[in-house]
Design a protein around this ligand. Structure first.
Ligand code: ADP
Length: 185
């Protein structure tokens, strides 16, 4: 069975960069919920319209919307190795993911936490070009608050299941990528 890995961590922790490297270097199919939602918004679909208001506030899009989207994407990946970027983001999503994967005869093989402290997050995102509407400072603060409240419980959730791999997210992308590879074994 091919691997299915989830990357999680605060906004600006470099999940997207690491998912792209896993694609380029190991042939993983990256599924990034943030990218999928932004694409749906640009396409003007019902899903995109529903998601927009939450994204602009820095809040999580409702679980049912996200889970239906990821179920479709896992089906499309058709057994290929998958790296999830930005999903699951809540314990409810993590439980739903286990069900979605079981339905396809698969299971999660590792949940990689890319660990970056809040002050570094704020510094990194304010240094980006603010091409994204949700990169305004007040929205970044809200995304961080939501991360600690809703996503951080995944550390215990995956820790208890023996799936947690904690990676130091400080330093350049090459250094982090080497740590991710080591953590995946
Ligand atoms: P970041 O990790 O830097 O915050 P993302 O592109 O992963 O950026 O997510 C941007 C926004 O998309 C989130 O703030 C949220 O509104 C929405 N989103 C992405 N993934 C999820 C998810 N799994 N559950 C709920 N909302 C999500």
């Amino acid at each position: 069975m091919e691997r299915c890995i989830a990357l999680f961590g605060p906004p600006g922790s470099g999940k997207g960069t690491q998912a792209a490297r896993l694609r380029d270097e190991l042939g993983f199919v990256p599924l990034a919920t943030g990218d999928l939602l932004r694409a749906a918004r640009v396409a003007g679909t019902e899903l995109g319209r529903r998601a927009s208001e939450y994204m602009d506030r820095g809040d999580l899009v409702p679980d049912d919307v996200i889970v239906a989207m990821i179920d479709d994407e896992i089906a499309k990946a058709d057994g290929a190795p998958v790296v999830l970027d930005g999903f699951p983001r809540t314990v409810v999503q993590a439980e739903a993911l286990a069900g979605v994967l079981a339905g396809r005869g698969r299971e999660l093989t590792a949940a990689v936490l890319i660990d970056v402290p809040d002050d570094v997050v704020v510094e990194r995102i304010s240094g980006r070009h603010q091409a994204r509407q949700d990169d305004r400072p007040e929205t970044v603060r809200e995304r961080l608050r939501v991360y600690h409240q809703d996503t951080e419980p995944l550390v215990a959730f995956y820790g208890e299941r023996g799936l947690l791999r904690r990676v130091d997210g400080l330093g350049d992308a090459d250094a982090v990528s080497a740590r991710v590879r080591a953590a995946l074994g």
